[in-house]
Design a binder for this molecule. Sequence first.
Ligand SMILES: Nc1ncnc2c1ncn2[C@@H]1O[C@H](COP(=O)(O)OP(=O)(O)OP(=O)(O)O)[C@@H](O)[C@H]1O
Ligand SMILES: [Mg+2]
Length: 260
Amino acid sequence: MNVPLLNVSGATRRFGGLVAVNEVSFEIGPGQVCGLIGPNGAGKSTMFDLITGVRPLSSGSIHFMGRDVTQEPAHSRSPMGMSRTFQIVRLFPGMSVLENVLMGFQPKFPDGVIRSLFGIGRLGGQERDARQRAYEILDFVGLADRAGDRIDELTLGQLRLVDIGRAMAASPRFLMLDEPAAGLNDAETNNLAEMLARLKADGLSMLLVEHDIDFIMNACDKIVVMDRGTKIADDIPARVRTNDAVIAAYIGKRAHDAQH
Ligand SMILES: Nc1ncnc2c1ncn2[C@@H]1O[C@H](COP(=O)(O)OP(=O)(O)OP(=O)(O)O)[C@@H](O)[C@H]1O
Ligand SMILES: [Mg+2]
């Protein structure tokens, strides 16, 4: 079997006495789009933090492209091709849309060898190259006409697209999006779904956390479901939809919320 792009094995993260992620294992193959769902507080964002190295694991391991990255800090994982957005958009206020996307470029591109062979990477050229690529990305996310605007002038939906653009600027092999459709209207959500489908067609692997179940069901090859830190399902969308443990977790959560 091919080496999985991502292998999470027995991942555990404690916050004091709380086990936010409890012995979770799953794999994502090259080119696969995997969903990560579960009720509020299930441990999804913490899982993101463990994969990207924002937080260390309490125990377990993370392998990326066959390499054990468990002990690697976040700044050395991103040049390997991991890129993410945050549940709360983190952009640079006061800067333009274009400048924010430019912030996502890695100092050293993953395809740096090819670039230097062709002499593209020389001083000056590299920055021009980055700006051109940033415009291409803005075109891709549908914000080319807003390139010069300050991000303070954008809607939340547009900010999420800028954040995805910033994440794409790093030329990732693996893109992780934490609730990309949150706060988006129907048209923006459809636009996002189309964008992700194009990225998938290009061979990009992704991990998507999202509460919009229909969005996840349509976008993903497989779905991992967490509840209170534990993995309760790991299957293709059609089977996750009818999984008893998944239905119970969501219905239980709704019943709980109704009481409070
Ligand atoms: N820094 C922290 N310190 C203490 N507890 C934390 C911390 N971050 C998360 N937790 C707790 O860990 C659990 C999992 O939180 P996490 O944010 O990963 O859930 P989530 O599935 O992303 O939820 P949501 O759908 O609401 O975004 C929750 O009980 C949360 O309160
Ligand atoms: Mg979260």
